[in-house]
Design a protein around this ligand. Structure first.
Ligand SMILES: O=C(O)c1ccccc1NCC(=O)[C@H](O)[C@H](O)COP(=O)(O)O
Length: 190
């Protein structure tokens, strides 16, 4: 089970995610209470071992801004959370690409490496009618997951991976190392 913890802003949270066995850590560059600048993402990403993916999260930002933040932060993966066209994906041939969608689409349509099936409001902490795509593949379930419900959610949809943000926070934008640890361990045990 691939586990991504998103919206990290503090070293203690990155360390907790890595220690618990997370496969990816996300830094939000889109407008959000969780937004970080490129220098912060670079510092946080520098704490992460080679095998853990650092992901920059964007939503409907201009391509020039995306490319500049990706370069300055050094993230190895990019997650598009808006209506970014295919050309945005084509502009990043050397990065792992995650396409966030609100409904099931064919994996790889835009050249993405993974799909992320999410609630309509990203990072909103609201569970939706979790549904699995008909075809298996590299897709992540997201939206309202937390340490208490992630095992059942995985059992119901059998995703390739899961992604969490609000469910490991004590308040919006403030993560809890303890909740991060519990979430990653629960997802890995499912
Ligand atoms: O987290 C945000 O504030 C955010 C803002 C704009 C675009 C994407 C954003 N987050 C994307 C994520 O990957 C979240 O982890 C995912 O939507 C799940 O969020 P949650 O329901 O809070 O667990």
């Amino acid at each position: 089970m691939f586990v991504k913890v998103c919206g990290l802003r503090a070293m203690s949270d990155v360390d907790a995610a890595v220690a618990a066995g997370a496969d990816a850590v996300g830094f939000v560059f889109a407008p959000s209470p969780r937004r970080v600048d490129a220098a912060t993402a670079r510092d946080l990403g520098g704490r992460v071992p080679e095998g853990v993916l650092t992901v920059g999260v964007f939503r409907d930002q201009p391509l020039a801004e995306v490319l500049s933040l990706v370069e300055a932060s050094g993230v190895r993966a990019v997650q598009f959370h808006g209506d970014e066209p295919r050309s945005f994906y084509e502009a990043l041939p050397d990065h792992v690409l995650i396409r966030a969608v609100g409904e099931v689409v064919e994996l790889g349509e835009y050249g993405e490496d993974m799909l992320l099936l999410d609630a309509p409001t990203p990072g909103g902490g609201v569970a939706w009618q979790w549904t699995a795509p008909e075809r298996a593949g590299r897709w992540l379930l997201a939206g309202g997951l937390d340490p208490e419900n992630v095992v059942a959610a995985i059992g119901a949809t059998r995703p390739w991976g899961v992604d969490v943000s609000s469910g490991v926070e004590v308040r919006r934008g403030v993560k809890s190392p303890e909740l991060i640890t519990r979430f990653v361990q629960a997802a890995k045990s499912a």
